[in-house]
Design a protein around this ligand. Sequence first.
Ligand code: AKB
Length: 342
Amino acid sequence: MRKPVVLITGAGGEIGHGLITTITESGRQSVVTLDVNPLEPSLARMVQREFTGSILDTPLLERILSEFEVDTVFHLAALLSTRSEFTPTTAHQVNVEGTLHLLEFSQREAESHGRPVVFVYPSSIAAYGLPDLAAKAAAGRVLEEEYATPTTMYGCNKLYCEQLGRYYARHYKQLSAEPQAGRVDFRCVRFPGLISAITVPSGGTSDYAPEMIHAAAKGEPYACFVRPDTRIPFMAMPDGVAALLALASAPREALTRTAYNLGAFNPSAQEIYDVVRAAFPGAAITWKADVKRQGIVDSWPADVDDSAARRDWGFAPAYDFRRAFDEYLMPMIRDRYAKERR
Ligand code: AKB
């Protein structure tokens, strides 16, 4: 008998690092990965099988389907918001068609082993689109249904894929005589900006926070591409990974919606600057707002209402702003770059 495995797409990215490590260290399930680039050797050693290729490569997905019994999919592969604005049609292909391929893959896996496949999808605060700064200031903590009018290709892709996942979950449920059998159990979070001590993201618009911190730790100058008063929600990467795993294992009947807001802390860029400069007094950080990227973060909410996630599946981030810096980011980042310098 084949043993069920977890499939992680985009596994070599920021979230994939933490997810692979946490799942494999728990020893509970084996992990199979798919990424356009080979995994770092330290990650590759942890996984049962690594596939290098595109989520748009249907024969490759067929091969995974025939070789593995996948019962959970973490579909992380995507082009982020800034990058997607430069190549919108490619972004649509990867972010939307790629997700469609993975949903179809999951549907067929579920049919073949007669049990639901849990499909975990990271959506984003980019799914929101606030019309201007006055509306952003007045909106406060936005609810999932509010301001669902994204301004970026990435945001449109994320919002649509939330609906696509919901369609798969509902459509096949209605077709099936046995409601739980053979279907996609779609679950999704809207992530804020994520900050990791281990990796620096690329192609995102919330990247100014991790870039500022990592540049300061490396002793490199950094020109921040947003204004000091810019405010969006953020989360420390360990809380992001923990949230994906908590949502994946939550009892189905506890879930009242398919897409959940998540938040942890929401400092302004100036507040991030202040803690970074307190930790690295010599840090050479300047301000050089980029009109396009500033426009994107100005359309994202200053904060989100994540009470549904807290109520339904016990979401409770361990790191607030202070703890994220004092107990996670600073010690790990200092250690990491000190080792590199040795
Ligand atoms: C991005 O900036 O594109 C991402 C996101 C907020 O989804 N980090």
